[in-house]
Write a protein that binds this ligand. Structure first.
Ligand code: CU
Ligand code: CU
Length: 295
């Protein structure tokens, strides 16, 4: 059973909706080998930091977009509707091994296109808009995580998805005015887990002492990775790209590159507040810092 720090929506039927945080979209693991996923490219005002909003480019109205979940071997059928009347968008899945020109193609304003790929490898991967300039489309908010569950199920654990990203531009009167030029030439103004600076510092993720924890971490960038660390803990395993075959043991800090993902497994032996950060502290100070509260 999946539980996530936001609304736990692990359901048999395909779901989609607009809530303030990523939600699970997928099908029952045992039931299907073809998974239909609907994505809509659209503009949406989102909160990116305490008291700060931004007019983002999104998948399904949230930044990050929905957490997608399929199983190794599934055929993933994605329908992308471009509800943005100003420009083309597309979707590039790092979980796919396909010709990018054929599959990650631009969808014209107002148009709808379907693509499909087979999720051959288990793990946790980024997806993002691949329309040029990619830096701008990711920097404006068009990214998310897709989990490909291994054919042989993972051991039971409490699961959490964390997508790290950063935002660029100038803040004026509670509004972040994003700028492509700032993405190209300047440091970010905010970094975030799940789309909002300090989201889980202000509302810690509650966990049970002794329960195995599995974190699916994606570093969406557009340009920074995550030097992922939990203060006061050592990871039992780190699985680069989330593939169990890649498991390393006894790791304190692991760099998830921009565009990459990893699974981190740990358990908390003692009650307390455990910060999780990108240990590149210049960037953690801008918002990629949260708390696990173990009780
Ligand atoms: Cu786009
Ligand atoms: Cu990519």
């Amino acid at each position: 059973m999946i539980s996530v720090p936001f609304a736990a929506l692990w359901v048999r039927l395909l779901i989609a909706g607009a809530i303030a945080v990523p939600l699970m979209v997928g099908v029952d693991l045992a039931a299907a080998d073809t998974v239909a996923i609907n994505l809509v490219a659209k503009h949406q005002k989102v909160k990116v930091a305490p008291g700060v909003k931004m007019k983002a480019w999104t998948f399904n109205g949230t930044v990050p977009g929905p957490v997608l979940r399929v199983r190794e071997g599934d055929t993933v059928e994605v329908t992308l509707h471009n509800a943005d009347h100003h420009m083309a968008h597309s979707v590039d899945f790092h979980a796919a091994e396909v010709s990018p020109q054929a599959v990650f193609k631009d969808v014209a304003p107002g148009a709808t296109e379907s693509i499909s790929f087979v999720a051959r490898r288990p793990g946790v991967f980024m997806y993002h808009c691949g329309t040029s300039p990619v830096l701008q489309h990711i920097g404006m908010g068009m990214y998310g995580a897709i989990i490909v569950d291994p054919a042989a199920a993972r051991p039971a654990a409490n699961e959490t998805v964390l997508v790290q990203s950063e935002f660029y531009g100038k803040v004026k009167k509670g509004k972040l005015k994003s700028s492509y030029n700032a993405m190209r030439t300047q440091p970010p103004v905010f970094t975030a887990f799940n789309g909002r600076a300090f989201r889980y510092r202000d509302k810690p993720i509650e966990l049970a002492v002794g329960t195995p924890q599995r974190l699916y971490v994606v570093a969406a960038g557009p340009s920074l990775g995550s030097d992922f660390h939990v203060v006061g803990e050592i990871f039992d395993t780190v699985q680069p790209d989330g593939n169990p075959a890649n498991a390393m043991t006894g790791v304190s800090t692991y760099h998830v590159p921009a565009g990459g993902g990893a699974v981190f497994e740990l358990s908390f032996d003692e009650p307390g507040s455990y910060p999780f950060v990108t240990h590149a502290f210049r960037w953690a100070d801008l918002g990629a810092l949260g708390l696990f509260r173990a009780a």
